[in-house]
Structures are given as C-alpha cells and as structure tokens.
Design a protein around this ligand. Structure first.
Ligand code: ADP
Ligand code: MG
Length: 332
C-alpha cells in the first residue's frame, strides 16, 4: 500500500511543477512610442491561486496603450495634444488642462526651482527652432530674441482652476525632458497594481524597475557616448529608476560643433560641459528631469547638486570620456 501512494504523490508533484513551468515565465515586448523605442518585461506567475486577472498579452497591451495615451496628451508634434493647445492658447488666455498634465507642470516647476532653472520646460521657446534631423538651428538673433521667454516663472499655474497661462505669446513649453519618466512611472504602477513583483519598463533612456530579476539584480547598461554599439557600464539595480541623457541621441555637427537636443536655458544653445549623465532614484519622473538638469549643469555643479540630494545618485561621463560617480556610489 505504501509504494503506490508514494508514487502518486511523486507524480502529483511532477504534474504541479510542470504546469507551473508552463504558465510562469517572462513576458516582454518592444514597441515604438514618443519618438523612441519602449520596452516592457515582467515575470508572471499564473496559477489558480494567482490574483492576477489580466493575461500577459492584456497586461502588455495596457502598458503600451498607457504610453500612447501620454504621448497623445503631451506630444508637441501632435497638433491636437493638450500640450499643443497650451502652446497655441496660453499666451492669450488661461487654458484648462487635465489634472495629470497639470501635476506634471507642477513637478516641472518644482524641479526647475531645485535645479536653479537648468531644467526648464520653456527651453522650447527656442527649442522648437532646432531640427536635428534636418541639421537646422536658429540664428543668433533668433536666440537672443527668445531668451526672455525662457523662464519657468513665465508659466503661471492656477491650482484652483487647473489652468495654465503664459506671461506672453513668445513662451512655449515642451515636456520632452520629463514625459518619458512620467510614462515609465505610470506603467510601473499598472504592473504593480496587476500584482507583478519583477518587471521592467523603459522608454528611450528612461528605465524603471519593479523588484529584482528573481533573485538577481537587473542589469541596466549606459551606452558608450561615442561608440553606438558599446556599453560604457552595466549597473546592477533593483527597485530603482534610472534615466540617461546623452548628446548622441539627436544631434548634428556643424563646423566641428555638436548641436544636440539638451539646451542650456541661459544660452539657448546646446549644453556641452559633459556627454552623458545618468541619474538613479526611486522617482522615475524626477530622475528623467534631473538627468537633463545635471547635463546642463556639467560635472562640478551637477555632482554637487546630486550629492546634496540623498535620494538620487549620478554617473557622469565628461568630455574626456572619464566616468564620475556621486558619493553614494563610491566604495569606501
Ligand atoms: P531623451 O529625450 O533622449 O531621453 P533627456 O531626458 O535628456 O533625453 O531629455 C531631452 C529632452 O528634454 C529634449 O529632447 C527636450 O525635449 C527636452 N529639453 C532639452 N533641454 C531641456 C532643458 N534645459 N530643460 C527641460 N527640458 C529640456
Ligand atoms: Mg531627462
């Protein structure tokens, strides 16, 4: 009597572990959104005890749709986005916007204050005159004329009305330095709400991590700034977000000078003190905006700022391609 029972037990165990293998696995998808490549990846354990109601495909679809929704709301290239509407109207009269966009405008102002205006969404007052694909930049006189309008204080936010008003008609805004971080944050929340414990969401240079990679850290690479195929460094991370700003994503070179998509709000010209900045922290939105700000600030000022913020760490690659890390990342 003992033997058959034992056998049944063993068989049951095998059946259980086999079915476990069939439904618990990594799921992933890469797709294009916000003018860049996005990626979602997660471990889904689906068995009868699972609280996860979505199928892997449904969950991936939710994440993808969330990114497209944010793009439709915030893209400066879509004439019907709320952002375009603000740029068309807010110089004339207050424009009511949805709460999510309003909150991101509040975040943008807070980060502008935190970074002494090196992160400033009104950079767009001149930014829209650059076309990196066409190799076009504004004339010096156009830059000089626009400089007055580059000032985060020129964006007036009315919390009661949830409305935006510009100081004058020359002001324009663009959320390109913060929207992808926000999108990553939203998508991580979707995965978390679905019960996912191990996941990754990325959009361009912004990556958010949920938990670890099942007992091991995730490895997030920072691109080599001057060799597209190479990785400068791989970072083991869990439960963090990381954002990289580089001068190699969108640029053209004219007379030996690199014109790229990160603009110093004080000069209206591309920032050229460093070539790559990565910021690590829990808040995906903030790490995105901070990587842009620290890029503008450069090594000394940028590192000094991050060393004052205990929740964030930085990896900066300077013009000599030397890598520098903030205090929290240094071994001691
Ligand atoms: P990426 O968009 O490649 O991820 P970043 O996070 O560094 O890189 O963001 C760069 C984008 O931020 C630019 O394409 C532009 O839309 C916007 N931007 C450029 N300069 C500034 C600035 N000084 N402050 C805020 N946003 C900026
Ligand atoms: Mg950024």
């Amino acid at each position: 009597m003992f033997k058959p029972n034992y056998l049944i037990l063993v068989l049951c165990f095998f059946a259980a572990s086999l079915s476990g293998h069939a439904t618990a696995q990594w799921h992933q998808k890469s797709f294009q959104v916000m003018g860049t490549q996005a990626h979602v990846e997660f471990w889904l354990e689906q068995n009868e005890h699972s609280s996860i109601s979505d199928s892997p495909a449904q969950l991936i679809e939710k994440v993808e749709q969330e990114m497209h929704r944010i793009d439709r709301l915030m893209s400066p290239y879509k004439p019907n986005s709320q952002l375009s509407h603000i740029n068309q109207q807010a110089g004339i009269a207050p424009v009511k916007v949805n709460q999510e966009l309003f909150n991101l405008l509040l975040d943008s102002r807070q980060i502008a204050e935190l970074t002494q205006g090196t992160f400033d969404i009104t950079y767009a007052s001149i930014g829209y005159q650059y076309d990196y694909r066409q190799g076009q930049k504004p004339a010096k006189s156009d830059i000089n004329q626009a400089l007055d309008a580059i000032d985060y204080r020129a964006v007036m936010l009315d919390k009661q009305q949830s409305s935006v008003r510009f100081k004058n008609q020359d002001v324009r805004i663009d959320l390109g330095g913060i929207a992808k971080g926000h999108a990553v944050k939203q998508c991580l929340a979707i995965l978390k709400a679905a019960g996912i414990k191990h996941g990754l969401v990325s959009a361009g240079g912004d990556t958010g991590l949920l938990g670890d990679r099942r007992g091991r850290p995730w490895f997030v690479g920072i691109k080599h700034p001057r060799a597209a195929e190479k990785t400068a460094v791989q970072l083991p991370l869990s439960d963090e977000s990381i954002s990289t700003s580089g001068d190699y994503e969108r640029y053209f070179i004219e007379d030996g000078v690199r014109y790229h998509h990160i603009i110093n709000p004080k000069t209206g010209d591309s920032a050229r003190k460093v070539v790559s900045v990565s910021i690590i922290g829990k808040n995906s939105t903030y790490v995105d905006a901070l990587s842009t700000a620290v890029f503008v600030k450069g090594l000394q000022e940028g590192m000094a700022l991050i060393n004052k913020l205990p929740e964030y760490e930085a990896i900066i690659i300077d013009n000599q391609q030397t890598l520098h890390v903030s205090r929290g990342l240094q071994e001691n």
